[in-house]
Design a protein around this ligand. Structure first.
Ligand code: TPP
Ligand code: SF4
Length: 422
């Protein structure tokens, strides 16, 4: 087990001497000691310097909005029925902005571990004080030293009802301590004290972490270590867990893929792009393929582009991005504009393009087709899915017909309409 690597690079992306590196090195050791494999673990990071570690981890990673990582982690832990170890990494800035989420996660005792990187300032934005900056601590925006009283995070979280709460200095090997926190049932929080070399050390020359922590009256200790029932979704919750062994089913149709197929579809709001992609994805699932589907559209959902990304694969999909799609479908000018960079970098595969669009490409095959002319703007996306499935045959077209017929749209437009030209 000890050979399990969690950190991809030896050199983490933090400034020299940053305590965030020490935390990650200790986290790797702790997880190794506990016998975890990287994919047993979901690391949720927050916004801030600490959060840029994502791409250096072999674990599952989710990058949250500032202060919201704990809420995300709580949801993930509950929805996975505690089947994965959820570890949330956040700064004192994220803890400030998301204090209510921390208190609530502790109160409900979600099964997860929060590691608060308390360097006593907002690192990524240049050193503003947080609500956990002790009085007197200087930061670049507060050169006279912080004057307002600080919150004591551990006391708040103990009061909220967590299973395990501790504060440590982020120096040396504290992997055993992290391992203890991570192995607790319910909510555990470790507040790791650090000084940011780039802003904290510069603003407080000669300041030693241990002395500073002591003078700020921040006890280094385990505040609570109890056995408590962790949060579980109520038994009658309809879809109880995202991972449910009983959800497995036998494929109804055959597929013909021996490697993954990455498809992107670009159209406009109101063009049914998301539904079309969803139906294709569902048909692939029914054909025994592994599938991922993502949608992108502006927050003003009724206007502008609408794009979907689908990966079909006979094997497990560990990365859901499509940097090199095999098929791109371009239905509208909005879609074309949004897809500009992906199209420009394409050097293999096929671009299926609506004949209403002026289009050329010097590296890959372009196949014009009159999707909108034949089926109208609203059904062109769906039609393109039938067409693509017929032309490329990742699975039997019968799978898509079956999925479409289960959708209420089939009562308005008969499936034969989509099949008449293919
Ligand atoms: C809601 C919100 N407010 C403010 C910001 C701007 N912002 C980005 S990083 C950051 C500071 C992060 O500090 P901290 O959480 O302590 O992490 P560190 O950089 O010290 O690791 C801020 C305020 C943001 N991204 N989102
Ligand atoms: S700015 Fe500070 S917190 Fe951010 S990486 Fe550099 S040393 Fe670490």
């Amino acid at each position: 087990m000890m050979e399990n690597k969690f950190l991809i690079a030896e050199q983490l992306p933090f400034c020299k001497g940053c305590g965030h590196s020490t935390i990650n090195e200790n986290l790797e050791k702790a997880l190794q000691k506990l016998g975890y494999s990287p994919l047993d673990v979901v690391v949720v990071t927050d916004i801030g310097c600490h959060g840029i570690v994502d791409k250096n981890l072999y674990t599952h990673t989710v990058h949250g909005l500032h202060g919201r990582s704990v809420a995300l982690g709580s949801g993930i832990s509950a929805a996975l029925g505690n089947k994965k170890k959820v570890i949330v990494m956040l700064g004192d800035g994220g803890a400030t902005i998301g204090m209510q989420h921390l208190i609530d996660a502790a109160h409900r005792n979600f099964d997860m571990t929060a590691i608060v990187h308390n360097n006593m300032l907002y690192g990524m934005t240049g050193g503003q004080p947080s609500e956990f900056t002790p009085p007197g601590f200087k930061t670049p925006t507060n050169p006279e030293g912080s004057v307002k009283p600080h919150y004591k995070l551990c006391s708040l979280i103990v009061e909220a009802g967590a299973s395990f709460v501790s504060r440590i200095n982020g120096i040396g090997d504290f992997s055993d301590h992290l391992a203890t926190a991570i192995s607790k049932k319910g909510f555990s929080l470790v507040e790791v004290m650090e000084i940011c070399p780039s802003y904290g050390v510069k603003a407080n020359p000669g300041m030693k972490l241990t002395k500073l922590v002591q003078e700020a009256d921040l006890d280094i200790k385990v505040f609570t270590d109890t056995e408590k029932k962790s949060f579980n979704l109520p038994k009658n919750t309809e879809k109880q867990f995202l991972i449910n062994e009983n959800d497995r089913f036998d494929a109804e149709f055959s597929h013909f893929l021996n490697k993954s197929m990455r498809i992107m579809i670009y159209g406009s709001a109101g063009g049914g792009v998301q539904l079309a992609a969803e139906l294709l994805a569902t048909a692939a699932v029914k054909s025994g393929l592994q599938v991922s589907k993502k949608g992108s559209y502006p927050v003003t959902v009724g206007i502008g582009f609408s794009a979907a990304e689908i990966i079909l694969s006979p094997d497990e999909i560990n990365f859901t991005g499509s940097p090199e799609p095999d098929h791109i479908i371009v239905l509208t000018e909005d879609g074309k504009e949004y897809a500009r960079d992906v199209i420009a970098s394409m050097d293999h595969g096929t671009i299926w393009v609506d004949t209403s669009i002026n289009f050329s490409h010097n590296k890959v095959e372009v196949r014009p087709y009159n999707f909108t002319e034949r089926m109208g703007m609203k059904s062109a996306a769906l039609y393109s899915m039938f067409y693509l499935a017929d032309q490329t045959r990742p699975f039997l077209i019968d799978a898509l017909i079956s999925v479409y017929n289960e959708n209420k749209l089939s009562q308005k437009i008969e499936v034969s309409k989509f099949l008449q030209f293919i």
